[in-house]
Design a protein around this ligand. Structure first.
Ligand code: PGA
Length: 246
């Protein structure tokens, strides 16, 4: 079954308030002509959530955050909870991005805890998995992704509140992408590895999705959308990727 595709823009630690005007209002304007065939999610850094929420209000564009705490409230200086994100009008939160796993030592156990907290707050989660090294053989790559999934996916996950993003770490920000066959194989493996109630979840590809390769990646039937980093910061590039998904 072909699902409605989802394109999420992960701004990472980029953006000041002026970007919201150019990028989000620009995308809003460009998409306003016709009802969207694609779910579009902006994931700006925390300080811009309010500005982006205002810029997309009244549209079916969605807001997401890039991380959340595993607690709802409390003495956790610097942390932001899923409940707080809901309060800021977020519908989505990215959990377990490879940059969180790498620079903040997040484990798959912590990813599961954050996912649970996010679901309890009423958020949909975009959970990232992916192998680090392009040189690994296929069996080793698959074993890593299967292990990440087995631990990261919490009990509250189901097909409607969970999105999986397959992001080979070596493809992020490098301009490199796996072959079409490798993407198909990994996406099929992910479907097989998910618990039964999560099996219908959308599975995104992420890692150097650009305006010029979006069509070939998003035309793969196993790919239900894209998690886009660098190219999501440019209005025309992001629009081209949304158009390829549609
Ligand atoms: P990239 O990042 O599109 O810049 O490769 C993707 C991501 O990290 O989600």
């Amino acid at each position: 079954m072909l699902k409605r595709k989802l394109v999420a823009g992960n701004w990472k630690m980029h953006g000041r308030r002026a970007l919201v005007d150019v990028l989000v209002r620009g995308v809003r304007q460009a998409l306003s002509a016709a009802p969207s065939k694609v779910d579009v999610v902006f994931c700006p850094p925390f300080q811009l959530l309010g500005d982006v929420a205002a810029a997309i209000s009244g549209t079916d564009l969605k807001l997401g955050a890039q991380d959340c705490a595993s607690q709802a409230d409390g003495a956790y200086t610097g942390d932001i909870s899923g409940e707080m994100l809901r309060d800021m009008a977020c519908d989505y939160v990215i959990i377990g991005h490879s940059e969180r796993r790498e620079y903040h030592n997040e484990t798959s156990e912590q990813v599961a805890q954050k996912m649970l907290a996010a679901h309890n707050a009423g958020l949909n989660t975009i959970v990232c998995v992916g192998e680090k090294d392009a040189q690994m053989d296929a069996a080793a790559r698959q074993a890593i992704v299967q292990q990440q999934l087995a631990i990261s996916i919490c009990d509250t996950a189901h097909a409607m509140n969970t999105v999986i993003a397959y992001e080979p770490v070596w493809a992020i920000g490098t301009g490199l992408t796996p072959t079409r066959d490798d993407i198909i194989r990994m996406h099929r493996l992910i479907v097989q590895s998910l618990p039964p109630k999560v099996k219908g979840a959308r599975i995104l590809y992420g890692g150097s999705v650009k305006a010029d390769n979006a069509q070939s990646i998003l035309s793969i039937p196993e790919v239900d959308g894209a998690l886009v980093g660098g190219a999501s910061l440019n209005k025309d590039d992001f629009l081209a990727i949304i158009a390829a998904a549609a």
